[in-house]
Design a protein around this ligand. Sequence first.
Ligand SMILES: [Zn+2]
Ligand SMILES: [Zn+2]
Length: 353
Amino acid sequence: MRPSFHPRLINDPFDDPGLFIPFQFQHRAVIFDLGDITCLAAKDILKISHVFVSHTHMDHFIGFDRLLRLSLGREKNLWLYGPPGFLKNVEGKLAGYTWNLADKYNYPLSLQISEVHPRYTRCRQYRCRDRFQPLRDPVELPFAGILYEEPAFRVSAVILDHKIPCLGFSIRERFHVNIITDGLKALGLTPGSWLTEFKQALYSQADPASKFEVKFDRQKPAKHFTVGALADKIARITPGQKISYITDVVYSAVNSEKIVEVARGSDHLFIEAAFLDQDLELANRKHHLTARQAGHLAGTAQVKQMTVFHFSPRYTGMEEQLLEEARAAYERSFGQTAEGFDFGIRNGECGVK
Ligand SMILES: [Zn+2]
Ligand SMILES: [Zn+2]
C-alpha cells in the first residue's frame, strides 16, 4: 500500500521538534509543532494548511514567524491549534511587528487560531487585511477529543502534563484507498489529479450511483462512470493510516493512560526520548520522558513503528544508546519486534549535525 501521509521530522533529534506530514499526490501538508523550520523548503512550508502546536516553549513555536513570513500576501487560510493561552501567544507574536501596509496585499491571508481546553476550544480569526486585529470576540466550541475533521481524516488531541498543559496528537485516515493498477489499465485510464477527486468522493461516501467524470490533462476525451462501478474496478479499501506525536511530557499514570489511548495501534509513533534511564531523576525534574519510558508507552500502545527524538544535548554521539533503550522497553512491553525503529535522521536537507 502506498501511504497517504509521509511524516518526517523537520530536524535531527537534538534540534527543535516538528513533524511535517505531506499528503500523497496533494499540494498539502499538516505539521505537529513549529520548532525551527528553516530546514524545510519554502515550497514545503507553503503546503501547510493546519498547524498543531503541543505547547509554546520556544523550541516548539519559534517557527511561527517563518511560516507567517512566507504566507503573507497569499490567498491562504492557516489553521493553528495550541494549548490554553495560545490566543495570547499568537497575539503576542503578531504584536511584535508593524502592519501598516498589511491591508495593501492583494491576497488575504487569514489565521484561524484555536486554543484547546479540556471541554471546549476557543477560536478566533485574525486577517492580514485587518492588520491582524481580531474583529470578533473568541467563539467557544465543544471539544471531546477530535480537534479537526474532514471526510478523509481526523486529528485527535489529548491534554497532557508537562507541568504546563501540553497537547499530544494523532492523525488518522478514515480508510485507505488502494488503487489497482491492473484495473486502471483494463479501463484504459492513466493516473492523474482525477484520482484525488475520486478518493474524495469515496471518503465523502458519495452515492455509488452518482456520476463520476475522469478528466485527463491532455486533449484526450473524458470518460464517464458511476462512483460505484469505478470503485469496483480500481479501488481496494484497507484500514486507514494512523500517525501519533507525543513530546514534552512527565511520566505519570494519568499521562501514560492518555498517551496509550491516543497512540493505540498507530502505524507510526513519534515520541520524545529526552533522557536515558540512568538519568531518570533529571528526566522527572525536567518533566520529560526517558527512552525506556518512551519505549514502554509505544509497546503498550502496540504501535507498529516508532521514532524517538528530542534528545538532550548531553547525549550527543549516544543516539544508538537511546534508541536501544527504547527498543528493549518496547519489546518487553509488547512482546514482539517493531516494524521499524529510528531516531529520525535524514540525509540531505539540513543533514545531521
Ligand atoms: Zn521541548
Ligand atoms: Zn517543553
